[in-house]
Design a protein. Structure first.
Length: 309
């Protein structure tokens, strides 16, 4: 895909079910207590909290090595992104949040306000009410996504550093992958059969099933959190389907728009085979109606003290 160009893709929608109550990885109990494994050091922390800007509930994701971090429990919404845009109407504000790798951009993308933009036109022509405040923001590139997360006091979630020639950053674990499926299984819900309709991905539009599930006249992204069965072990909703999500991991960059970066989770239009380990690469400047984001952040100093004492 190229910047500002909407790419026609097959319109599909959903599978998957809730995860088991407990997963044991690396000797630690990853999520809920259950079967005698060693408690995870991060069990002393709450499973969720509100972020600093009161935008979204964060969920705690635990790593097999005994560390943990916070992740947005849902995809970033149109309303949340609008707050970011309202504070970035001046170029100086944009420059304080944008990555050095994004010097080719002078302002954030505004999918709602830039009504003649090709991606916005594609969404508007294909869906009813595509930019409802409670739906995930789309038509944003990697730079927009990272600037939003930085503005919110977070960052894009780390991607897989060992996949697809990804070279930067060097010191970030696969936060997105661990939160989706801590045991690195290809499906996010280990041990249970995929159930049609649990996530907004991989259903046939011609069958009418996705139209019934979404209660709207098109197969498309819908309100965040609308598929509660599509909840990862960490408690994050819609990590599979609805919209795919930019992550931090990219190839070496010369600061230009064509650097390849990872995208995770698949959108409403992707195959049912999309899973926690699916890692396509898109040019950093790509904007699509099935491409959004969520953010991650580390523990606070006080939280880290609780975990390590």
């Amino acid at each position: 895909m190229q910047r500002g160009v909407a790419v026609a893709v097959p319109v599909l929608v959903a599978t998957f079910v809730l995860a088991p109550a407990c997963q044991i990885v690396g000797g630690y109990r990853s999520f809920e207590p259950g079967d005698g494994a060693a408690p995870h050091p991060c069990d002393v922390l709450p499973s969720s909290k509100l972020d600093d800007k009161e935008l979204v509930t964060l969920v705690l994701s635990k790593v097999p090595d005994g560390t943990c971090y916070w992740m947005d429990g849902t995809e970033v919404t149109v309303q949340q992104y609008a707050r970011f845009l309202a504070e970035h109407s001046q170029p100086l504000a944009w420059q304080t949040t944008v990555s050095p790798d994004c010097g080719w951009k002078t302002a954030p993308s505004d999918p709602v306000g830039q009504t003649m933009d090709a991606c916005t036109v594609s969404a508007t022509n294909s869906e009813s009410d595509p930019f409802n405040a409670a739906k995930p923001i789309r038509c944003v590139d990697w730079c927009d996504a990272r600037a939003f997360c930085n503005w919110a006091g977070k960052d894009l979630c780390g991607g897989n550093p060992n996949s697809g020639g990804i070279l930067e950053p060097h010191d970030v674990i696969d936060q997105w992958g661990y939160a989706c499926s801590a045991n690195e299984q290809p499906w996010p819900y280990q041990g249970l059969t995929a159930v049609s309709g649990a996530c907004n991905i991989g259903l046939s539009e011609t069958s009418g099933q996705c139209l019934s599930l979404l209660q709207q006249p098109q197969c498309a992204p819908t309100y965040v959190g609308s598929f509660p069965q599509c909840t990862s072990p960490s408690g994050a909703v819609d990590m599979i389907g609805n919209v795919s999500e930019w992550v931090l991991s990219c190839g070496y960059s010369d600061g230009g728009p064509n650097t390849l970066c990872q995208v995770r989770g698949g959108s409403f239009a992707d195959s049912i085979d999309t899973n926690c380990q699916s890692i396509p690469l898109y040019a950093r400047s790509t904007r699509g109606r099935g491409l959004g984001l969520r953010c991650c952040e580390p523990l606070t100093t006080a939280e880290q003290h609780l975990v390590t004492r």
